[in-house]
Design a protein around this ligand. Structure first.
Ligand SMILES: Nc1ncnc2c1ncn2[C@@H]1O[C@H](COP(=O)(O)OP(=O)(O)OP(=O)(O)O)[C@@H](O)[C@H]1O
Ligand SMILES: [Mg+2]
Length: 243
C-alpha cells in the first residue's frame, strides 16, 4: 500500500456567505504528483492554502504526514512547514531584499548553515532554475518569468519533501515552461518529492502529473490518470476542457 502523505476529507470552507469548498476530499501518496484543475475561483489556491495551514477549514480533515493540521500546535505546524515548499501564484518575493537574500531567508531561519554554505545553496538553486546571475538583483528588476523561476528556487531552497505549485507555468515562455516542467518531474522521480500542481496548461499536467483532479462546485469531481483525464466522459469536465 502506498503511504498517504496528504489527505483532505470532507473539507468545507466559506468566506462570508460564499461557500467555496463543499466536501473536498482527495489524497496524495508519497512521491506522487497530483494535478488540480478547475475554473477560476473554483478554490484551487484555497485548497493549497489549507494544506500549509494558512486557512483553517470550517469542517473536515486536513492531514499532512499523519498530522491533523487543525489539531497541532503552532510549533508543530512550523516544523511541518519546514518540510514543505509553496510556489505562490504571484511569486511572493520580498521586494526590498535581493534575490539571494530572499532565498537565504528560509535557511537563516531554519538551519544552522553558515554564510558560505548558505551562499552556495542559494547559487545551486538559482542554477537549477536557470537564472544563475540574478542573486544580486532585486525582484522588481526581473522579468515576470524570471521572478517565477526565483519563486520556484525559493520554494526548493530547503529541499522540501512536499511541494505545492500554484500555476508554475504562468508567465513563462514555452521553452522555459518546458524546462520548469521537466525539473518538477525530476524532483518527483529522483527525489521522491510529493507534490500538488495547480495548472491550466494541459501540456504541463501531462508532463508532471501522475493523476489529475477536477475541482467542480467545491468538490473533487473527477480523478484520473493524466493519460485519461484529458479524454473524459464526465460532462462537466468535457465542457470545461472543450472536448
Ligand atoms: N481570504 C479570502 N477571503 C475571502 N474570499 C476569499 C479568500 N480567499 C479566496 N477567496 C474566494 O474564494 C474563491 C476561490 O478562490 P481561489 O483563489 O481558491 O480560486 P482559484 O481556483 O485559485 O482561481 P484562479 O484560477 O483564478 O487562481 C474566490 O471566489 C475568492 O474570491
Ligand atoms: Mg488560484
Amino acid at each position: 500500500m502506498p503511504e498517504t502523505i496528504i489527505r483532505m476529507s470532507g473539507v468545507e470552507k466559506s468566506f462570508g456567505d460564499h461557500q467555496i469548498l463543499r466536501g473536498m476530499s482527495f489524497d496524495v501518496h508519497r512521491g506522487q504528483c497530483l494535478g488540480l484543475m478547475g475554473g477560476s475561483g473554483s478554490g484551487k489556491s484555497v485548497t493549497l492554502r489549507h494544506l500549509i495551514g494558512l486557512i483553517r477549514p470550517d469542517a473536515g480533515l486536513v492531514e499532512v504526514d499523519g498530522q491533523d493540521l487543525t489539531k497541532i500546535s503552532r510549533r508543530e505546524l512550523a516544523e511541518l512547514r519546514k518540510r514543505m515548499g509553496y510556489v505562490f501564484q504571484d511569486g511572493a518575493l520580498i521586494n526590498w531584499l535581493t534575490v539571494a537574500e530572499n532565498l537565504a531567508l528560509p535557511l537563516e531561519e531554519n538551519t544552522n548553515l553558515d554564510a558560505a554554505e548558505i551562499a552556495a545553496k542559494v547559487q545551486e538553486k538559482l542554477e537549477l532554475v536557470h537564472v544563475p546571475d540574478t542573486g544580486q538583483k532585486f525582484p522588481t528588476e526581473l522579468s515576470g518569468g524570471m521572478r517565477r523561476r526565483v519563486g520556484l528556487a525559493r520554494a526548493l531552497i530547503t529541499d522540501p519533501e512536499i511541494i505545492l505549485y500554484d500555476e508554475p507555468n504562468a508567465g513563462l515562455d514555452p521553452r522555459t515552461a518546458r524546462s520548469i516542467n521537466h525539473l518538477m518531474r525530476e524532483l518527483s522521480d529522483k527525489l521522491e518529492v510529493t507534490s500538488i500542481v495547480v495548472e491550466h496548461r494541459i501540456d504541463c499536467l501531462k508532463t508532471v502529473a501522475d493523476e489529475v483532479v477536477f475541482l467542480f462546485e467545491g468538490q473533487a469531481r473527477v480523478r484520473d490518470t493524466a493519460a485519461s483525464f484529458f479524454q473524459p466522459t464526465d460532462p462537466e469536465l468535457r465542457e470545461f476542457l472543450g472536448v
